[in-house]
Design a protein around this ligand. Structure first.
Ligand code: ADP
Ligand code: ASP
Ligand code: MG
Length: 440
């Protein structure tokens, strides 16, 4: 069985949904199709939740009405028969009735997660309505019945495996399952999600749970490019990446993949393909265990990073100092991305700020703590990249005019990372495109 995930732009217009239907029915292979919300919907739902949390009911109402008109127009083009339209209307009615009810009840975080889930619920139900109209036999498999995370927000693959096997068994002979990306249930049984961009992660987790033969991530670009195409003019798609390379790129900011979306596939050695819905014949990128050659493959950047410097003369010739500092981050389940040390100071970067205040409080006894907000990690990724001849010379030459805050070299065979002020991120990506790929 294969897993195919289609992102927001791939289902964002009625004609795009029609094209997805064509794509998934082109071959008879059994598949689970994971859909995102229509593009723009999750952003709109975030705004609605925000307005509700601030008690701005009138503003929330306006935002809900705007989204509703978008869906009313969408379904007019999506389905054409009376039965199809009736079906689609009932779906839109149901979900907008829910969104209107939330205006009348008191807001809390659990309710916010319910709001955020509406996008994927709508897209999958509407897609199924279209498939029905088109005479395509498919089963809607509700993600909320099988996708779950534990109290630490970690996915529960073994449980998903049991529930998905049961679901597939109950539908013997069925070859097409449609499900929602992004949404899941948490340890309290409430509706939750896998964070923004989480549908890629859903696809990879489902792939792992059913031991799929392949996971395909269909999006609006022909694979992983060598640099961020939103920032750099000339970029090109990479044919092949190893899991390690793709995981580093995803984690360090290549938006085409959710940061955690590679490990489940990697763990079960399931190939991942990145493909373009707008250009289905393009080769895209294939991600497998084996690296395809050494050296620089791609550059990615992650912003919103905080650098924390802890300076203390007690660190001098002392052991156990770093352990104590790391324990603070462990206690608050906050991953550290980069670290550099000198005899009397250590600098650490994090991007999860949720527990920053407590972390800073607990670091105080260790020395002077300084913070730099709005930093960006720029990562140069590729198998054995650190061993590439003259790589550092090229890097430093290219970035001659950019102030570097930290550099991490040798920590991983696949990654060299630098920390720059967020305001220098775009320039850094552009200069590295010239310096490492000879492209403007
Ligand atoms: P989807 O809605 O299909 O999940 P996303 O917007 O999340 O799509 O991801 C695709 C986008 O990722 C592309 O349109 C592109 O602008 C952006 N992107 C950022 N870095 C890269 C990269 N290195 N290679 C390809 N796309 C990238
Ligand atoms: N709809 C969700 C988002 O926009 C999940 C996804 O598209 O992957 O973040
Ligand atoms: Mg995405």
């Amino acid at each position: 069985m294969k897993v195919l995930k289609f992102g927001g732009t791939s289902v964002g217009k009625p004609e795009r949904m029609h094209a997805v239907a064509k794509l998934i029915t082109a071959d008879p292979d059994a598949k689970i199709v994971v859909l995102s919300a229509l593009s723009g919907t999750t952003n709109a739902l975030v705004e609605i939740g925000q307005s509700c949390s601030e008690g701005k009911k009138a503003q929330a109402k306006q935002q809900i009405d705007k989204l509703e008109s978008h869906y009313r127009a969408f379904v007019q083009e999506l389905v054409k028969t009376d039965a199809g339209r009736e079906n689609a209307k009932a779906i839109v009615d149901e979900h907008f009735e829910f969104l209107n009810i939330i205006l009348k009840i008191s807001f809390n975080e659990a309710l916010n997660k319910d709001i955020l889930a509406q996008g994927e619920l709508l897209s999958t139900k509407l897609f199924c309505a279209y498939l029905e109209e088109a005479g395509v036999n498919a089963v809607l498999a509700p993600a909320l019945d099988f996708m779950s995370i534990d109290e630490f927000e970690e996915p529960e693959i073994p449980r998903m495996k049991v529930r998905l096997s049961a679901l597939i068994d109950q539908n013997k002979g069925q070859t097409l399952f449609i499900t929602q990306g992004y949404i899941c249930r948490n340890a309290r049984g409430e509706i939750d999600n896998l964070k923004r961009g989480g549908s890629d992660y859903s696809a990879s987790l489902i792939g792992a749970a059913i031991q799929a033969s392949e996971v395909q991530i269909w999006t609006d670009i022909d694979g992983m490019h060598n640099n961020d195409p939103r920032v750099v003019k000339k970029t090109f798609p990479i044919d092949q990446l190893s899991f390690d390379e793709a995981a580093e790129l995803a984690y360090f900011g290549a938006k085409i993949l959710h940061p955690a979306s590679i490990w489940p596939a990697q763990h079960f050695n399931i190939p991942v393909k990145l493909l373009n819905t707008l250009q289905p014949e393009a080769k895209g990128t294939i991600i497998t265990e084996m690296p395809n050659g050494n050296g620089v493959k791609a550059i990615a950047a992650k912003d919103g990073i905080i650098a924390i410097k802890i300076k203390s003369s007690r660190m001098l010739l002392a052991y156990g100092f770093l352990r104590k500092i790391f324990e603070v981050f462990e206690k608050y389940r906050t991953p550290i991305d980069m670290i550099t040390t000198s005899e009397v100071a250590v600098s650490i970067t994090i991007d999860d700020q949720r527990n920053l205040d407590q972390i800073l409080k607990e670091l105080q006894p260790f020395g002077t703590v300084e913070l730099d907000h709005h930093q960006a990690i720029v990562s140069i990724v590729g198998n054995e990249v650190a061993a590439t001849p003259s790589i550092l010379k090229k890097l430093f030459e290219a970035l001659n005019e950019v102030p570097l805050r930290m550099i991490s070299y040798g920590g991983s065979r696949h990654n060299i990372s630098i920390l720059v002020g967020g305001q220098h991120k775009e320039k850094t990506l552009q200069l590295l495109n010239k310096g490492l790929f000879n492209l403007e």
